[in-house]
Write a protein that binds this ligand. Structure first.
Ligand SMILES: [Fe+2]
Ligand SMILES: [Fe+2]
Length: 299
């Protein structure tokens, strides 16, 4: 690809002209939910979510999933927030908010596959974080959810070019970012960093979006980036990638993210990968079911 074309692509991503705007109600909600958990007010959260009908419906659907620790069927938001607790409700609300960004049918690539991967990765990150004593499992969840935000940008801004990259990845069984580098001259880490900065996401999430395929290049928050990087790989190796199998063998302990994460979480040394992979399979089905369900809620 010529430098000039690559520059043009980058420019389009930076302008984000074709990027869907976040519905008005979601900006204050996101800002509110970013505050420390113990300062959040239940009524305020319910009020903010209720302002967007489809978001409220999606939150309820998710709140009723066993993945979020369903305790009993809930049919109203207030009960959902009480039942799930503020932390889980925040996970649910943030996930639903992001899901509204790429409506189905907007591009030739089915975004369901993308959300299955992102949501699956978020859940894997949280579970993994808890198992190895990572200090902030909620942040890990958010990192997993947002790590491929650069793909959303490409889906919206350069959909045809993105499809070419995805087709190459699929036909050769190579990782998506390698195919993007070949066909686009940049990867969803490059576009992810642009979007994350544009949206004023926190520094750690910018690092995740920009460096999760190369955690050693992160200048800050390397432990979080490494955790997301390994979780992403786990998902892809467990069939929760981008809808095609990658033709390679992975040894997790030899991945660059492993050594980085080990510095922060010594429990990783004795971590049982085989068992964790086995446990994950049990709830992958639920991830598929949930994303399918969420997309059936009228937007
Ligand atoms: Fe990625
Ligand atoms: Fe990913």
């Amino acid at each position: 690809m010529s430098d000039e074309r690559q520059q043009r692509l980058r420019q389009r991503l930076e302008n984000l002209e074709e990027m869907p705007t976040i519905p008005v109600v979601l900006a204050p909600l996101l800002r509110y939910l970013e505050q420390p958990l113990d300062t959040l007010d239940l009524e305020q959260v319910v009020e903010l979510i209720s302002q967007d009908k489809s978001l409220a419906a999606q939150c309820l659907q998710m709140a009723n999933s066993p993945l979020y620790g369903r305790w009993t069927a809930v049919d109203n938001l207030r009960t959902a927030v009480i039942g799930l607790g503020m932390q889980r409700m925040r996970d649910v609300a943030l996930s639903c908010t992001l899901l509204t960004l790429v409506p189905k049918g907007r591009t030739s690539v089915d975004p369901v596959v993308f959300w299955e991967h992102s949501l699956g990765c978020a859940l894997v990150c949280r579970q993994f974080a808890q198992k190895i004593g990572f200090p902030d499992p909620a942040k890990a969840y958010l990192g997993g959810l947002l790590h491929d935000i650069g793909v959303v940008a490409e889906l919206c801004v350069v959909p045809e070019e993105f499809q070419v990259a995805l087709e190459l990845a699929r036909s050769q069984g190579i990782p998506l970012h390698e195919a993007e580098a070949i066909t686009l001259g940049l990867t969803h880490c490059d576009s992810g960093k642009i979007v994350a900065e544009k949206w004023h996401l926190t520094e750690d999430l910018v690092a995740v979006a920009g460096c999760h395929h190369d955690p050693q290049t992160a200048r800050t928050h390397r432990d979080l980036v490494a955790l997301v990087s390994l979780s992403d790989l786990l998902c892809r190796m467990s069939g929760l990638g981008y809808g095609y199998p990658e033709a390679r063998q992975v040894t997790f302990t030899e991945e660059p993210g492993f050594a980085l994460l080990l510095e922060e979480c010594p429990a990783l040394r004795t971590f049982d990968w085989a068992r964790f992979t086995f446990e994950l399979e049990a709830y992958m089905e639920e991830v598929y079911r949930l994303v399918e369900l969420l997309y059936r809620v009228p937007q």
